[in-house]
Design a protein around this ligand. Structure first.
Ligand SMILES: Nc1nc2c(ncn2[C@@H]2O[C@H](COP(=O)(O)OP(=O)(O)OP(=O)(O)O)[C@@H](O)[C@H]2O)c(=O)[nH]1
Ligand SMILES: [Zn+2]
Length: 300
């Protein structure tokens, strides 16, 4: 008789998944050509050998974070409670990616924070603080750290935030995401080699998403490291979802002249009026318009 297990997906590479049940790692595949499994998913597995299995069923997800373009969607992680966007004093970060990640988090019902890393680079600190201030003003907490220059303080800042939560770190290349992961999960490098071997990813060890349990921060505490990406498409968000994902639009929604206002160029639009008055930044409104434009692209 085949044995069944319930496990958490801790790494994904193509159609190959690594699951963990009671500390034991299981190599898994999906039935057929399905690739609808995400890191963080709780799955039911039928074992085909002591350390291999087939995924039968995915438990209902509390949250699902994903990005998409007009061709396909890419699942980033399931069952997250919070998302941390890592930015740094240098190299500079792009507001576009930060805001897209915030919009994705809002749409998925996940709490979002910013981590401002490399605050030891004092030359660039004042300018970078000005750049993150608009996000703090929107209500997104900003945590200042320095993974390499002040590791102890960085841990003291981040650990309480990660306790009991299921978190993901995302960021552009060079912001110090790997440095932060290695600080929080000292065994990460070894785990990565093991996972890479188990999934047979070859040399491309950084191209997969992985979950680390943070046992000292509670039985359910975990952190997901996602590979850096250049594009963060949000093609899957409808117009209604988009306007609600921009938290600063909220006081104005429902106050436009037209009930189906898209807040682009309509007369007597409450959102556009707020942009004129400086209550909504042009940068965020432009991104809203850009995302609306991207979602309306259809395939022929
Ligand atoms: N000065 C300073 N440098 C840092 C800090 N944290 C990371 N770095 C450096 O920044 C560079 C990039 O750090 P990584 O941790 O590799 O950054 P990453 O975001 O994972 O980037 P990718 O690996 O390209 O995805 C490295 O040279 C780090 O040593 C910090 O707090 N202060
Ligand atoms: Zn409007």
């Amino acid at each position: 008789m085949s044995q069944k297990k319930t496990a958490t997906i801790i790494a994904a590479h193509g159609r190959h998944y690594l699951a963990e049940a009671d500390g034991q790692k299981l190599q898994c595949v999906t039935r057929g050509k399905k690739t609808n499994v995400a890191v963080g998913d709780l799955v039911h597995i039928t074992l085909t050998s002591p350390d291999q299995g087939v995924i039968d069923k995915i438990e209902e997800r509390k949250t699902l974070l994903y990005r998409s373009d007009q061709y396909k969607s890419k699942l980033l992680a399931a069952n997250l409670t919070q998302l941390f966007i890592v930015v740094a004093t240098e190299p500079g970060f792009t507001d576009d990616l930060v805001s897209r990640a915030l919009v994705a988090a809002e749409a998925a019902g996940i709490e979002a924070h910013l981590i401002l890393n490399k605050v030891d680079v004092v030359d660039a600190l004042a300018r970078t603080r000005e750049r993150v201030a608009p996000y703090a003003a929107l209500g997104y907490p900003v945590h200042e750290v320095s993974a390499t220059a002040q590791p102890e303080q960085t841990l003291a800042t981040l650990k309480p935030l990660l306790a009991g939560a299921s978190s993901i770190l995302i960021g552009q290349s060079g912001m110090g995401k790997s440095s932060l992961i290695n600080l929080l999960v000292p065994e990460a490098a070894i785990a990565t080699r093991e996972i890479s071997a188990a999934l047979d990813t070859g040399k491309h060890t950084t191209t997969f998403t992985r979950l680390y349990h943070l046992h000292e921060l509670g039985p359910d505490a975990s952190i997901i490291d996602s590979p850096g990406f250049q594009e963060f498409g949000l093609y899957h968000l409808s117009e209604g979802m988009l306007e609600r994902a921009f938290v600063e639009f909220e006081p104005y929604l429902g106050h436009c002249k037209f009930y189906n206002c898209r807040h682009l160029s309509e007369p007597q639009c409450a959102v556009l009026a707020a942009v004129e008055e400086g209550k909504i930044t042009r940068m965020r409104h432009q991104l809203y318009a850009q995302l609306l434009h991207e979602s309306s692209q259809t395939l022929y």
